[in-house]
Design a binder for this molecule. Structure first.
Ligand SMILES: [Zn+2]
Ligand SMILES: [Zn+2]
Length: 231
């Protein structure tokens, strides 16, 4: 039986994972919700998991060696089952409705952190050819839900992806930085703004770092990163 079959989605009274009855409006039963791959001991700078506890206030070893351009990164989940499958279904199988579920978890997580809010959310843009092929940008769809929950505005038009690059996950580690170099262009619209870049998954962090660079170069005073899951 496939995970998350459509009947369960259409019947909101059932847990998406195990079909147990749930209270109205809940996506998962309490047991399944507890077993989601929640983030623990993450580096505050890059959201990498399993950072040693006493480095928590500063940053992980990687961030100390090569500090990213963004000031911090937040992710409610590790990129692990069943969250990885939810994201893949959203991204490659047209399951657009999953953006609401993932966006809701991201928003609730961010609200609980109670950190200073950015002025604007910038979903990682897709290249126009990829957008045409897929029909939607999953990061923008997730951002819509986050923006509703947190009353923040989205800017999806003043940063563009100027190069169509292969997905980072298809490339060996050492080629990922080069793959996205110069991939984004931003306008002066971000001058003086505190920006939260929003993406579905963060793997090496090169994509969001390249976008952060382009935003900072165009006047953004601070850039943070919000993702649903950190690989
Ligand atoms: Zn369940
Ligand atoms: Zn780090």
């Amino acid at each position: 039986m496939s995970l998350l079959n459509i009947h369960r989605w259409l019947d909101p009274q059932n847990c998406l994972l195990c079909a147990a009855r749930v209270t109205t409006g809940a996506d998962f039963c309490p047991g399944c919700e507890r077993s989601l791959p929640w983030s623990r001991w993450a580096c505050p700078r890059c959201a990498a998991q399993n950072a040693v506890m006493d480095t928590l206030v500063v940053a992980c070893g990687d961030c100390q060696k090569n500090p990213p351009v963004f000031a911090g990164a937040r992710a409610p989940f590790r990129y692990a089952p069943p969250v990885d499958r939810l994201i893949l279904n959203l991204k490659y199988h047209g399951r657009l409705e999953l953006s609401r579920l993932l966006g809701k978890y991201l928003a609730v997580y961010l609200q609980n952190l109670n950190e200073p809010r950015p002025d604007v959310i910038v979903p990682v843009p897709l290249h126009t050819s990829r957008l045409r092929q897929r029909g939607y940008n999953q990061s923008l769809e997730i951002a819509r839900t986050v923006s509703e929950h947190m009353a923040l505005s989205i800017n999806w038009s003043d940063s563009v992806r100027v190069r169509d690059t292969p997905p980072q996950t298809d490339l060996p580690r050492d080629q990922r930085r080069k793959n996205v170099r110069g991939a984004f262009k931003s306008s002066a619209a971000f001058s003086g703004q505190r920006v939260a870049i929003l993406d579905d998954v963060m793997t090496s962090g090169h994509t969001v770092n390249t976008l952060a660079k382009s935003l900072r170069r165009n006047g953004a005073v601070e850039v943070r990163v919000w993702v649903v899951a950190r690989a």
